[in-house]
Every structure is written in structure tokens, then in C-alpha cells.
Design a protein around this ligand. Sequence first.
Ligand code: ZN
Length: 305
Amino acid sequence: MSNVVKIREVGLRDGLQLIKSNLSTESKLIWVNKQVSAGFTEMEVTSFVPPKLLPQFSDASEIIIKSNKIKKLKPTALILNIKGAIRAIEAGTKKITFVLSASEKHNLSNVNCTTDQSLSMFNEIIEVSKDTKVEVAAAIATSFGCSIQGSVPEIRVLELAKEMAKKGACEINLADTVGYANPKQVKALFGKLKDQIGNVPMAAHFHDTRGMGLANVVAALQEGVRRFDSTMAGLGGCPFAPGASGNIATEDCVYLLESLGFNTSVNVDKLLELRHYLTDLLPNEKLEGRLGVAGTAINFKKKLL
Ligand code: ZN
């Protein structure tokens, strides 16, 4: 099995949902550039949601247009409905991630429709994207449990995954939106997911709400997952999920993967420089992650990019 792991930075989307600081478009682009120079090739740079709801993403089109000019980068965007998909495609987004929730109650509070209604919207989005070169990834929120509904049946997650893979999703991402997952559960669910989606790549999106984030990464790796979402300094959280805290920290995740012998193509020192930039950029936010505080171990092999 491949030892190449792709980490997708989602800090500019998931990371900015909850924080009070309002980042200028210019600052966001400096962030993107710094992360690309550290070796990143895929970043979720925005979300096409109504600006009235989340004004921090009102510059979505501009960010996509400008990020598209950055060499080696595939900027991606999150969308929740067909309207967002059309806006994203018009802006020139190369890859969009459509999110629906396996928890009925979470889906209702997040996007105001049932999961089945979201699923039919996914089919419409696939239709709309057919004549374009836009890739459509599917993410299933609350795959490991929901803070509103409680447990989420595995069978529901798997049937949604199977359906979206069949319809043309370029990737199936299981998201632990509220940080309920543990490694045993992660192993079990990704183990079953493989059999449902054929050659469609699996991806994982973990939050570190209860300190399980990196352990969940290891469990997912054992089941063949080679794509992970993370945010710099562990920023983030879902505004509609009470108690949800930050994602796994990108710098810690890269350090873990490189220490295990996986190839992320990321330069850890440059990532730590970026983290330093973020402390200045977001002075009112509490930055998480261990590597930013401790630095790398003296015997850690660093990549030169
Ligand atoms: Zn998230």
C-alpha cells in the first residue's frame, strides 16, 4: 500500500467558521501562499454559503480566482447545496466538496432539509458539473456520532457513501464533525467503507474535541486511508454543533505521518513558520497543537523543499 499521504488544509474554511476575527482577503492569500511553499497542493480555501449567514466567506469567488493563479495548488471549496455549487463552478473552482450529514437532525439544523433531500441535491450537482472539469467530492458529516441526535447507524453512513460513490463522487470523506470518534470505531467504519465504494479514494476529517484526533488518524491509516483534512494550529469547529472544537492540527499531523515513515511532501519548518505568522494574524484566538509549542525532536528527519 502507498506510503504517500495527502493532507488537505481546511483552516481557511473549517478554521474560520467559529472564530471572531475577520481575516482580510489579502491575509488569507498570504496564508495560502505560505502553506503552498511548505509543500501543500490542496487547500479548501473557502465555502460558498450565503454571505449573510457566514460573512467570513463573502470573498469566496475572489479567493478562488486568486488561488487558481498559485502554481501547484488545487484550491477547493465546500458547498452545501446546488446554489453554492453553481457559484463555485462559476468562480472557477477545480474541486468542490459537497457535505451532507448522516444524522438527520444535524442535517436539518445545518442545512434545513432532510438527508435524503441533500442526497438528491448531490445528484443534481453531479449533473451540473458533468460538462465541466470540476471534481465533486462527497463528505459525510457526523459519520461517527452526533451531538444532537446521539448515535448514527453505521449502515446509514455506508449507504450514503455507496450511493454518492456510484453517482460519481471523486472521493468519500467521513467526517467526525463533533469529535465523537475513537480509533476502534474509525477502524471498523473505514474497514467497511472500502467494500462499499470500490476504487473511489477514502478521506477522513477528524476533530480533536476529546483528544482522539491523531489516534484516529493512525486507525484510519491502518485501513488504507491516505487523505486527511486538518487545520493549522487546530483551528475550527462546526457552528451548528454544540461543543465541537478544533480540527486536528496540520503541523502535528504532518509530524506524526513523517515520523511513521509516510511521505507528505511537506516541510515541517516552513509549516511552523506559518504557524508563527498565524499567531500574529489571529491575536485573539487560542491556537492549539503541540508541535507549535514544543518544536520538533532533535532526531526528526526534516524535508528540504
Ligand atoms: Zn470539521
